[in-house]
Design a protein around this ligand. Structure first.
Ligand code: ZN
Length: 310
């Protein structure tokens, strides 16, 4: 890569990051200690123990496990290892997937989310990320699916509150509406927060529920600046980074490394932090290309790109 970020390098025609950043509060590089490793980034190469040890080697201070990796190791054992390595858990991925074709399926989802909340509490996660789920098989009822999401979150919110685990609704790009998440914009996620955890008169929201802002899913949204202002800062629970490649060759597994795509990550970070977010920058790259690389090299590049391109 050249010194400038992005596929166009120093000759990028649309105004480089340096130009844009000058107009944004986040013109300085991010503090290195804000970087967190979402385990999806190296999930094909390492187990959770290896990931935790690698964070120590690479000076990465945060981690966000996915539940499959956590289940392999066990939450209690993971909690011990995380403490030994002085790692902060920026989030547990993931709860959600609430809509189902019948009542038994919806109850099973609620039970699964309660277990996820318990595991998140055990490892001291700052939030449980919710990928809320799409339309049940055989259904075309999108409004109905969205109502199932609200009902499902409502059913577990008290347990989350009592467990000290904030729930972070992650809106997903609309291309996932049918099969992964029928919450697709930050405003839509904030509407759910406002229904389930209204601002008390003249006061602030409780912090029991908020949003995970993933650059990959929200960068395109013309209402994003206003939605971030609306979220600030009590609803801003997590910030995920990667990049949008052009062309994208797979709907799920072709996310880019920061700097390799078209998202103006410094400008986005400027907005997120301009509205009071002070948490981790969680690098989450689901990519068959990066899964073929040496995972230590992936972390070394992620660390460098975090500083230079986000
Ligand atoms: Zn994410």
């Amino acid at each position: 890569m050249s010194a400038a970020c992005g596929p166009g390098g120093a000759d990028e025609p649309r105004g480089g990051i340096a130009d844009r950043a000058a107009a944004q509060p986040a013109s300085a590089p991010p503090p290195a200690e804000r970087l967190s490793l979402n385990t999806a980034t190296v999930r094909e190469q390492w187990n959770l123990r290896q990931m935790i040890e690698a964070c120590g080697r690479h000076g990465i201070r945060g981690i966000a496990p996915w539940r499959d990796k956590l289940d392999e190791l066990g939450a209690a054992q993971a909690a011990r290892l995380l403490r030994q390595h002085d790692l902060t858990v920026s989030g547990l991925c993931r709860g959600g997937m609430f809509p189902a074709a019948d009542a038994a399926g919806r109850r099973a989802a609620i039970d699964d989310n309660r277990r996820a909340i318990d595991d998140a509490a055990t490892i001291g996660a700052r939030c449980l990320v919710l990928v809320v789920g799409g339309i049940p098989a055989g259904s075309k009822d999108l409004p109905g699916a969205r109502q199932m999401v609200i009902d499902g979150i409502a059913a577990v919110l008290d347990h989350a509150r009592e467990s000290g685990v904030p729930l972070a609704i992650e809106p997903l790009h609309p291309m996932y509406c049918a099969d992964r998440a029928c919450v697709n914009t930050l405003d839509q996620a904030l509407d759910i927060c406002d229904v389930l955890d209204p601002h008390l008169a003249g006061g602030r929201p409780s912090g029991a529920i908020g949003v995970a802002v993933d650059a990959y899913h929200v960068w395109w949204d013309p209402n994003l600046p206003r939605a971030l202002e609306r979220a600030r800062p009590e609803r801003l629970l997590a910030y995920h980074i990667c990049d949008w490649l052009v062309p994208t060759t797979d709907l799920l597994l072709d996310r880019g490394m920061m700097g390799d795509g078209v998202i103006d990550l410094p400008a986005l970070r400027g907005m997120v932090e301009g509205h009071g977010y002070r948490g981790f920058h969680e690098v989450e790259i689901l990519s068959t290309r990066w899964w073929r690389r040496d995972p230590d090299e992936v972390l070394r590049i992620a660390r460098e790109r975090h500083l230079r391109c986000s």
